[in-house]
Design a protein around this ligand. Sequence first.
Ligand SMILES: [Zn+2]
Ligand SMILES: [Zn+2]
Length: 503
Amino acid sequence: MSDCRVLVQILKRCTTSWDSKTVAKTHARVIVLGYATYPSLAASLISTYAHCHQPHKAHHVFSRVMNLFNMNLVIENLVKSGECDIAKKMFDKTPVRDVVTWNTIIGGYVKNSRFLDALSFFRGMMNAKVEPDGFTFASVVTGCARLGSFCNAEWVHCLMVEKRVELNYILSAALVDMYAKCGRIDVSKQVFESVVRDHVSVWNAMINGLAVHGLALDATAVFSRMELENVLPDSVTFVGILKACSHCGLVVVGREYFEMMQNRFLIRPQLEHYGTMVDLLGRAGHLEDAYSMVKAMSVEPDVVIWRSLLSACRIHGKKELGELAIANISRLESGDFVLLSNMYCSFKNWHGAERVRQRMKKGGVRKKRGKSWIEFGNSIHQFNAADQSHAEMKAIYRVLEGLMQRAKLEGFTPLTDLVLMDVSEEEKEENLSFHSEKLALAYSVLKSSPGTKIMISKNLRICQDCHNWIKIVSRILNREIIVRDRIRFHQFEGGFCSCGDYW
Ligand SMILES: [Zn+2]
Ligand SMILES: [Zn+2]
């Protein structure tokens, strides 16, 4: 077996070095050692040949795989290592496909965050008249949840009812989670009330859903019901409850649950619990307490914890503690650079910001790009920051311009501090104006009829500038606007947001 692993390692190296001689030699070695039918090695060979621009050889290896069982395993190995496109090519070459083949490709695409593709495979499966099972639906429901696509969510759920799919706790929890993530906490609650609730996962999905909607009191009420229905909370339950408290700034309640978790349920806090507590305390302005918690942790604080602390320092202008957090971040990722840079910018320390920018440039770290998407007319429209690629871009920018002017008349001032670097005020404002959620909102306004609800999903946290602006737009247009960001839902109506400006 160790031979096998060595061969996989060699092949992996060849995918970047494009050393076709070594690939050929290794391939020969695989055959000599009798490993040619091993799915993991076949997958490695296929992926290496594909990367070395030898697709015919990749296909040849696949065609030698004995049976459907092993072909499925090869595809599974490919998607597991993130090679979705190569997996798809092999999938297309599979002469017969059973439910496992479809499940492998659909599940693999969902795991690699390719949700739209996963859904189109699922449609292909329906067209091919292959009967989906519980595993298929578990993947598809997860995909709909991550997309936040209510239309698809409803369709998939209807199919499940139609096909009389029996709900186990995994599917029940996935459905509760799906509707919550699609912005429909009402339907999520209905599903929760209608299913068997003897497994903690179902409760965790409900509590987490309520947490991202900022409904902390409902989350704690559900927690209390667990005892009545004889379900023991686990460590995930407490992550949800603490998150709910954190989103609403419920410091005292959060502390109580944190104590209860350890003393009554004997659950040792893990990184995620500490992280949420640091976030809760920090954002509420209890920075010393947050720092004490970090120091008293029974496990080594990770980069997420320091980042929470740093982020709180930025909000509350605590420069020294912020620098200390930075010093402690050993694995510097792009997010930390951006935070640090933003922190310097908000203290108007342009020199510090420049230093960080140079480091980012040198290290090749780029800011993660913001993207937002909306569902309209049965398809999903995606926007990147300062996007120019959409077919109706001109009209979108015109609407955006108009909304910007009207918002300014209503007293809106762009928060220019949030933009990296000391560029001229006007330029800064321009950068902010084209954040992806603003483009998505302008497109929704352009396309939908007045008065209808608008729902936008975003991959990052919404910035303060967009938040302020959307509040005002919701009042100007007299429309309900919902934004699902990386952390939670914001429901804008009549100039206010459901998060109460606390997120
Ligand atoms: Zn923004
Ligand atoms: Zn909000």
